[in-house]
Design a protein around this ligand. Structure first.
Ligand code: SF4
Ligand code: SF4
Length: 366
């Protein structure tokens, strides 16, 4: 942990960030990882006490879009607030130094925080021909990531490039680009997305710093809080899908009315991510479907950069949106009336899926 001095809040206030804003961001970060509001307050308390998690951030084959999404927020001061919540001890894009100075800064950050830092990797890693296609400071990306992962308390692959290869791994993958887990030979925490939502990273790092735990992961190393459901489950256009209302061309009447984008190639039904539930950088509607473009499946290996953007994929088992009441008795028992309502909701969801699939097959037959 890095000591930040005694009066962080006063310092933030000089930047126009109130204590209220500070707590709000911590609470949102806690909410992002599925923790209750009190966990956000605990995270804030921890940071106020000077216990900021040390982060070492490495760049390899990438566009720096994940960093940009963390910093270039339109919400005033959110970018700087994020940098106040975590101690980014090494980050090439943010470093004022260059050359030998910046290499020395990396060594120092890793030495001073040995065994305690969170290693965040942005970008794919080329393995072909002994990794010669990405060298920084004379070392290959393979050598660098292995060296700094060895002394890290946790490794996070941010973005689709670092998670499974992303853009650089698109066919024919000339450099043999792969994700961090493949190079290290183990599962690491991955936050795929092109770019990844900054709150997913912030929540994960703050949870680790405050409670010493990482979120529950799926078999691909993705935190379940963000990647358990598909976009389609909670899409704001889902009612149009369920009722068979589809935009057929960009700019047609259905598109202007905000109808479902499935027939324009939307990959939301196959894409695991929380974009429909967590605004990017607190800007409502600032995501592809929000602005009228189909989801391209940027979190999914095998879809984005593989399946053409406007090509349809079959819809796997439709599930009910979160807005519908659940069927499981999550807390306490469930009465006969509640069970009946839930049954009706599931029946409605199944019926809606049936309406949509009938409409789709009719349209496909035209
Ligand atoms: S995942 Fe996308 S936004 Fe992030 S570095 Fe790779 S190409 Fe850029
Ligand atoms: S197909 Fe795409 S636009 Fe339509 S409801 Fe599903 S996720 Fe939303």
């Amino acid at each position: 942990m890095t000591d930040i001095g005694s009066d962080m809040i006063a310092e933030l206030e000089t930047k126009g960030v109130s204590r209220r804003d500070f707590i709000k961001v911590c609470t949102m970060a806690a909410g992002a990882v599925g923790l209750p509001a009190w966990a956000g307050e605990k995270m804030a308390e921890n940071v106020e006490k000077g216990r900021k998690p040390s982060v070492i951030w490495l760049h390899f084959q990438e566009c720096t879009g994940c960093t940009e999404s963390l910093l270039r927020t339109s919400h005033p001061d959110l970018g700087s607030l994020i940098l106040d919540l975590i101690s980014v001890d090494y980050h090439e894009t943010l470093a004022a130094a260059a050359g030998y100075q910046v290499e020395a800064a990396l060594e120092k950050a890793a030495h001073d925080n040995k065994g305690k830092y969170v290693l965040v990797v942005e970008g794919a890693i080329p393995e072909k021909d002994n990794g010669i296609y990405c060298r920084v400071g004379g070392k290959t990306a393979v050598e660098t990531v292995k060296k700094y992962a060895a002394d890290a308390a946790a490794v996070i692959a941010i973005g689709s490039c670092a998670s499974w290869g992303g853009v650089p791994s698109a066919s024919p993958n000339p450099t043999g680009a792969v994700g961090v887990g493949k190079v290290l030979g183990k599962t690491v925490l991955t936050l795929p997305g092109c770019p990844a939502n900054p709150y997913n990273l912030l929540g994960t790092v703050l949870q680790f710093a405050t409670f010493g735990t990482l979120p529950k992961l799926d078999e691909k190393g993705r935190p379940e809080f963000a990647y358990k459901r598909v976009i389609h489950d909670d899409c704001p256009r889902r009612a149009h899908f369920d009722n068979g209302r589809f935009a057929k061309q960009f700019g047609d009447a259905g598109h202007r009315e905000g109808w479902c984008l499935y027939q324009l190639g939307c990959k939301g039904p196959q894409t695991h991510a929380n974009c429909s539930l967590l605004d990017f950088c607190e800007v409502p509607g600032a995501w592809p479907i929000g602005i009228g473009h189909p989801c391209v499946g940027c979190t999914e290996e095998g879809i984005v950069f593989n399946v053409p953007i406007h090509t349809n994929l079959p819809i796997p088992n439709p599930t009910a949106p979160m807005a519908y009441p659940g069927v499981g008795p999550a807390q306490g028992g469930v009465g006969a009336v509640a069970a009946g309502v839930a049954g009706l909701a599931i029946g409605a969801a199944i019926g809606a899926g049936f309406v949509a699939s009938k409409k789709l097959s009719k349209d496909e037959g035209k």
